[in-house]
Ligand binder design. Structure first.
Ligand code: HEM
Length: 501
């Protein structure tokens, strides 16, 4: 039997806990409740999670401890302090790893580069690095982009502008980047980008995977594990999406293998990443699962981040006419003699001369990094430069989104879209270390596709801005969605006007 005294003690204990948390967090935009911790605050702000994280981090001086419900192991440290990020991705990176929970959340990625353990990751990274720096790759990349822009992107935009349609530019970029990354990775163009705007099941399945993987970050582990075990709710959808994606990739592996056997006789070599992996794999014996994991990781790496990057860039340019004019002025200055024929300026060498365009792209990636946050797990105790104590197994999130919006790093005008901040007095691009300009991450796991991304974004921006003026539909509101990639929640509704008729 529980007596009155025990009830009173329990009540006083809860009252004490409540008051303690209330006093500690009374001015904070989040409350740390007894038992449930900060979960209510996180869940009720999930719809604007990146802005909310920025608000919290600004309030707490760039680093804070986030408390999950008791007994759930959901506590973590969140930071946007570039000194901390430099610390944990630099000299102290050996003390921080992906962690068991990361591997569980991203299990679908198998042993590909994003989710593999140290030794496999090293060999994955070496392999991808050597592919991306292969002499044939640069040429292949340039030709693939030129072909896709010239024969698909521009004809679709021409059609849309002629018909004076309102349309979703983000959807166009999803389709464009999916086709293009499939060409690079699988040597196959699924032709998602066409005037018919076809529904492509495996393209949709990729988007579903990302959304559900994000949810695994914010709901308690036991909850999504139970859903997975029972095959209900979001986890059921994840399994269905995974089946579609797997079937697509395994089919492509089979087709590529057949092609390689045929090509060997014909002596007309192919070049795409899957082919290179298969040829390499013939020497090892890792099998189709390894090829599937490698291809899936590369598709994930190069697909959505690029389309998100392009969408935010064009939205910012369309809503900042003075930036648009400067980009066009620069293009005209560089390509003056080639005004009528934009195709002749659509090359790697040509676009590399566009300093202001480069600056505008960096600036949009600063404000809207396509990968909005990353996380690691501490192995041994540590103290961050901000003074925060880190215990073993504690998770550390760094918000790339918030890092681009910190006054301490970017100054008082940090929320403004100002490409000029990237231009040096000599007229070149200012070097900003990657632990500050974090969109491509930093340290040993930094993005391997940074150079190719910058080239491609400049080529697409040149082709589109040279040919069209973009007007965002007045009633359309733009805000980030809730996913592992920073897309626009409601797309980007625009109208186009052709510049040269
Ligand atoms: C706007 C475009 C892109 C952005 C913003 C971006 C950003 C990033 C970020 C933040 C990471 C770190 C991820 C992590 O640690 O979990 C990363 C990793 C990576 N990215 Fe990119 N990326 C872009 C495009 C690409 C493209 C086009 C490719 C390939 C062709 C690529 C290949 C990779 C690879 C292979 C990694 C894994 C590196 C490793 O774990 O060692 N990325 N990228």
């Amino acid at each position: 039997m529980v007596g009155y005294a025990e009830i009173l003690v329990a009540f006083l204990f809860f009252l004490f806990l409540f008051l303690f948390h209330w006093i500690r967090y009374r001015n904070s935009p989040i409350t740390n409740w007894p038992v449930v911790g900060m979960l209510p605050g996180i869940l009720s702000n999930a719809w604007r999670i990146h802005d909310y994280a920025t608000l919290l981090l600004k309030h707490h001086g760039g680093t804070m401890e986030v408390r999950g419900p008791s007994f759930t192991n959901m506590n973590f440290v969140m930071t946007s302090d570039h000194r901390n990020v430099h610390h944990l991705t630099g000299k102290h990176s050996s003390n921080y790893e992906r962690g068991a929970e990361y591997h569980e959340i991203f299990e679908i990625l198998g042993d590909g580069i994003f989710n593999s353990k140290l030794e496999i990751w090293k060999s994955n990274r070496r392999m991808i690095h050597s592919l991306l720096t292969h002499s044939k790759f640069e040429l292949f990349l340039e030709k693939t982009i030129q072909k896709k822009v010239d024969s698909c992107l521009i004809p679709v935009l021409d059609y849309i502008s002629q018909e004076e349609l309102e349309f979703d530019l983000q959807d166009v970029f999803h389709r464009y980047t999916f086709d293009r990354i499939c060409c690079l990775v699988l040597g196959f163009d699924p032709e998602c980008l066409s005037i018919r705007f076809p529904e492509v099941s495996y393209q949709k399945a990729f988007t579903k995977l990302e959304e559900i993987i994000f949810l695994r970050h914010i709901v308690p582990r036991s909850f999504w594990k139970l859903q997975k075990w029972l095959q209900i709710g979001q986890e059921k959808k994840l399994t269905e999406a995974q089946k579609i994606v797997d079937q697509f990739i395994y089919e492509r592996i089979e087709i590529s293998k057949r092609k390689i056997r045929k090509e060997k006789n014909e002596e007309a070599p192919l070049f795409d990443m899957l082919t290179a992996y298969i040829e390499e794999e013939e020497m090892g014996q890792k099998g189709d699962k390894f090829l599937r994991d490698s291809a899936l990781n590369l598709l994930v790496a190069g697909r959505d981040s690029m389309s998100a990057g392009l969408s935010w860039f064009f939205w910012l340019v369309a809503t900042h006419p003075s930036v648009e004019s400067k980009i066009l002025e620069e293009m005209k200055g560089r390509f003056a003699s080639k005004e009528a024929d934009w195709r002749s300026v659509l090359g790697m060498n040509e676009v590399s001369k566009l300093v202001y365009l480069h600056a505008a792209i960096c600036e949009s990636l600063r404000l809207f990094p396509p990968v909005p946050y990353l996380h690691v797990c501490a192995i041994n105790p540590d103290i961050l430069p901000s003074g925060h104590r880190i215990n073993p197994n504690i998770k550390l999130y760094y918000s790339l989104y918030a890092m681009g919006r910190m006054e301490e790093t970017w100054g008082e005008d940090c929320l403004e879209f100002k490409p000029e901040r990237w231009i040096s007095e000599e007229g070149g691009i200012k070097h900003i270390p990657s632990y500050k300009f974090i969109a491509f991450s930093t340290g040993p796991r930094s993005c391997l596709g940074k150079e190719t991304t910058m080239i491609e974004m400049k080529m697409v921006a040149t082709a589109v801005l040279w040919n069209y003026q973009i007007k965002v539909v007045k009633s359309h509101s733009v805000s980030p969605n809730v996913s592992v990639v920073l897309h626009m929640e409601h797309g980007l509704k625009v109208k186009l006007t052709k510049r040269f008729v």
